[in-house]
Design a protein around this ligand. Structure first.
Ligand code: UD1
Length: 365
């Protein structure tokens, strides 16, 4: 089988590795990097650490408005499909790269395979929600990470070609957590967090919050972004933040004061796993990190009104917090009863990549 696979943003590099490794054993994969994420610490580091194969095409679309970014990708992906004539095109998740890939292939009558299909926040203002809805409705095989995702698709009348494969990010965490621990234990993680002046932040294992903020709904709303950093200032433990470039820019523009926080550049995957496993709690608006926290048994507070990963809310492993200082502080200081409960297996058996390969090779039968 010959596939064209589209990737372009951080979480897609993580999801792509387990599948690529499995699929390439006996099949041909043409890997296309759209260039949506282009900074070395947003892109290259993931290829190096995970051993993801070098892309066959790099589209270098870079940043821009949604229309511009997606349009540039669409044009270039169409050319690649016409040249490569694959048996199908595979996309991951919900980014503009996902949408462009699905649309380009669908118009050329090339089957579309969507990994991480069926997720919904039911907030159509989110660019990710728009991307998911369109991609799912254009897809021929819908590879869902959870039963909730399968049920969501059924509500929209999509039942053909739908499979619950388990979550491919769970494969990735299982494969990499030991490598991460070997690399970063015994204080090596602190060395990695040294600032430009050589100072190591005074953080102790399980005594810091690990926070990430990058969603447009938070970064592009001045009030919300100020409330978030005000809450960080008042938290009972220091807050470590690997900072997304978009958020960095907004903080500077709004001249937000940074107290009780340690800012570091975006972290690679292995360091991020270590920081997550050893945090007292994760505080985030990311989708992937909510799950990684759950897999690594670290409680999480999600700075959003909805989550696509409703399973993580069970027993309070994850808790949603609307964006105001009081609610955030109340949510992070909730009683953590979750740690007394065994976690149910809601994200599959850690072999999602293998299940996906088998489904594709059987043509969804
Ligand atoms: C994108 C996805 C989001 C995903 C996230 C993972 C969409 C609509 N959003 O959001 O779902 O959770 O990736 O990180 O596809 N920038 C840089 N260097 C980079 C990349 C981005 O400086 O390497 C800056 C640029 O100013 C850019 C901004 O970040 O305009 C936003 O980047 P973009 O890729 O459009 O969206 P993300 O916020 O990263």
């Amino acid at each position: 089988m010959k596939l064209v696979t589209i990737i372009g943003a951080r979480p897609q590099f993580i999801k792509a590795e387990p599948f690529s490794r499995m699929f390439r054993k006996e099949n041909e994969e043409v890997l296309v990097h759209t260039g949506q994420h282009y900074d070395a610490n947003m892109s290259d580091v993931f290829f190096e650490e995970l051993g993801l194969p070098k892309p066959d095409y790099h589209l270098e679309v870079g940043s821009g408005s949604h229309g511009l970014q997606t349009g540039r990708m669409l044009e270039k992906i169409e050319e690649i499909i016409l040249k490569e004539l694959p048996d199908g095109l595979l996309v991951y998740g919900d980014t503009n790269s996902t949408l462009a890939g699905a649309l380009a292939a669908s118009k050329l009558h090339i089957p579309v395979f969507h990994v991480e299909a069926g997720l919904r926040s039911y907030n159509k203002l989110m660019p990710e929600e728009q991307n998911r809805i369109v991609t799912d409705h254009l897809s021929d095989l819908l590879l869902c990470p959870t039963q909730t995702a399968v049920d969501n698709l059924e509500k929209e009348g999509i039942t053909a070609g739908v499979f619950n494969t388990g979550d491919i990010m769970y494969d990735a965490v299982q494969r990499n957590i030991e490598i991460s621990k070997n690399r970063y234990s015994d204080g090596a993680w602190l060395d990695e967090l040294r600032d430009e002046g050589g100072t190591i932040p005074s953080l102790k294992e399980k005594e810091y919050y690990l926070a990430t903020i990058h969603r447009a709904e938070n970064t592009d709303d001045d009030t919300k972004l100020r409330e978030i950093f005000s809450a960080f200032e008042k938290m009972d433990k220091p807050v470590l933040i690997p900072l997304h470039p978009r958020t960095r820019k907004r903080i500077d523009e709004l001249n937000i004061q940074l107290n009780n926080v340690t800012i570091i550049k975006p972290a690679g995957y292995l360091l991020m796993l270590y920081l997550t496993a050893n945090a007292f709690m994760v505080v985030t608006d990311s989708g992937g990190l909510q799950k990684e926290a759950f897999f690594l048994k670290t409680p999480c507070t999600t700075l959003r009104d909805q989550t696509e990963w409703v399973e993580t809310l069970e027993n309070g492993w994850n808790s949603l917090s609307p964006i105001d200082v009081k609610t955030i502080l109340r949510t992070v200081s909730r009683e953590l009863l979750c740690v007394q409960h065994p976690q149910p297996r809601l994200f599959g058996d850690g072999n999602a990549a293998e299940h996906i390969c088998q489904i594709l090779l059987k043509g969804g039968e």
